[in-house]
Structures are given as C-alpha cells and as structure tokens.
Design a protein around this ligand. Structure first.
Ligand code: GLN
Length: 278
C-alpha cells in the first residue's frame, strides 16, 4: 500500500515540490494531501508520480512538469516553448496597470509575449484595454492564444488579445499607436553561466539571451518603440539586476523623459521606463 505520507517520506525532492507533483497527479488540493495522507493510492497514480519525480530530479522545471504556473493570480499554461513566468515580472504588470489607469480605452503592446503572462495579466485586470501581443515564435503564440482564451472574459469590453507573429515591431502596422508598450525581453548575456543552470537549461534560449551583451534586444526595443507610442505614452522594460543604469541611459538618449527605475520585491531595480512627450 502506498500513501501520500509514505511518498513524502521517501521522496528525495524538497517537500514542497513533492506536494506540487502529488497535487497534480492526484488532482487533490493541498489540504487533501494532509487529510487523506493515509489513503491507499491507485498504482497508476504512484507510477505517474514516480516518473515526474525522476524528471524533476534530472532538472526539468516544476512548471513544465505540471504544465502551469501562477502569475498575477492567474494560472498560465506553460510549455517548453515559453519562458516560465517569474514573480519579479509581476512588477511590470503592476506598473502597466498604474500607467493606463484613468485612460478610457488604453492601447497596450507587449513585445515578446511568450506565454502571454504580461499581456493577459494586463487585459484581465483592465478589461477596457486593447492589448496587442507579439512574438516571433509561432509556438509561443499558440500558448499565448490558449492562455488568453482560458483566462480572459470573452465579453471584456477591450475585446480579445490581438496576437501577431512579429520580430519586435517589424510586422506591426506602422499606423498603430499605443499609450503603453511593455516588454520582458531576453536580457541575459550570452556568456552568463546561469544559462546552464537550473530551470533555464529547459527554457527557450531565445527567450533568455540576446546572444550578445544582454542589452541588444533592449536597445532594439528602445530604438523602435517611439515610432509606435502615442504622445504622452510610455515604454517599460524588465531587465537584469545590474542593467538599470544602462537602460535609463539608453532611454534618455532616445529622447524619453521622466525616465526612472522601479524595484522588485527583492529590492532590485528590475523595471525601467520613460515617457514620450513629443
Ligand atoms: N528573469 C529571468 C532570469 O533571470 C530572465 C528572463 C529574461 O531574460 N527576460 O531567469
């Protein structure tokens, strides 16, 4: 007889990870793992759990094993084709919502949307926003489309997400203008050892690194965003822990005003942006 209690005792994974995998395999809530911890489990569930635990031990990210990750209070589908949404990126969504508060039907653009976490997060909490989300990966757009369909109210006044295959702004209609542009671009430098550690080994490399100094995608976005910003609109970018000063300098050089950086919950300057007044 195999029980939750026995599996928790025997597992070499951290208890939290064992619990997440068990919840997934059994379809149970966290509280059921406690109240039903001495129930005999069906053999097929035990086999599935052991297989996932083994893959986790070999390094695969929990989010990919269970196929979802919570972000901004929403449960996003995650596949190996998209970056796993990270808690520090919630700061970018918070800033976005603050910038468009008070605008009647704000137009928002998310560059390199991946799973759609940022775009769907904004659209979900500001139902009047018209949100465009682009990515150059068709596989990522498929995941973003499913997340939008699942997480957004079909009757939201701002309508569905507009998803577009585009390398940054390349395929966007040049007549489009946005009150807000946001992006969490690949900002890890090509030679950063973190790329071969932990979850990052299993995420799309193109979502993580620009294969340059970590600022190449950010430079491109800062250079092109002004062509798509409405007057008074702003651009906000997530970046690495040591890139804030560089990003502010790039924004200022491109003519942005009121340039500033915001700190994430760990106290790190994580998002920088500015306004286009001309
Ligand atoms: N924040 C991610 C990490 O360091 C990187 C994501 C990105 O490059 N946009 O793992």
């Amino acid at each position: 007889m195999t029980t939750v209690a026995a599996l928790l005792r025997a597992s070499s994974l951290p208890a939290l990870e064992t619990r997440i995998l068990l919840e997934h395999v059994l379809g149970w809530r966290r509280t059921e793992l406690i109240t039903r911890d001495n129930e005999d489990l069906p053999e097929e569930n035990v086999v599935r759990f052991e297989a996932l635990a083994q893959r986790r031990t070999a390094g695969e990210p929990i989010a990919q094993l269970v196929g979802t990750r919570e972000f901004f209070g929403l449960r996003f589908e995650v596949t190996p084709d998209v970056l796993i949404p990270r808690p520090e990126t919630e700061l970018l969504v918070e800033i976005a919502l603050e910038k468009i508060a008070g605008i009647e039907a704000p137009r928002v653009l998310d560059l390199g949307t991946g799973s759609g976490a940022i775009a769907v997060g904004i659209a979900s909490f500001q139902p009047h926003a018209h949100v465009w989300a682009v990515d150059r990966s068709t596989q990522a757009l498929t995941v973003a489309a499913r997340n939008a369909a699942k997480l957004l109210d079909a009757d939201r006044p701002g309508g569905e997400l507009t998803l577009l295959e585009s390398d940054w702004t390349d395929a966007l209609d040049p007549a489009l203008r946005f009150e807000l542009i946001v992006s969490n671009p690949p900002y890890i430098a090509q030679n950063d050892p973190h790329l071969s550690e932990g979850d990052l080994r299993f995420e799309p490399r193109t979502a993580l690194t620009d294969e340059a100094d970590g600022l190449a995608a950010i430079r491109t976005i800062i250079q092109t965003a002004p062509f798509f910003l409405a007057s008074g609109g702003s651009l906000w970018l997530e970046h690495g822990y040591d890139q804030a000063a560089n990003v502010r300098a790039l924004l200022t050089a491109r003519g942005f005003s009121d340039v500033r950086s915001e700190r994430d919950l760990a106290g790190i300057e994580r998002v920088s942006g500015g306004f286009l007044t001309a």
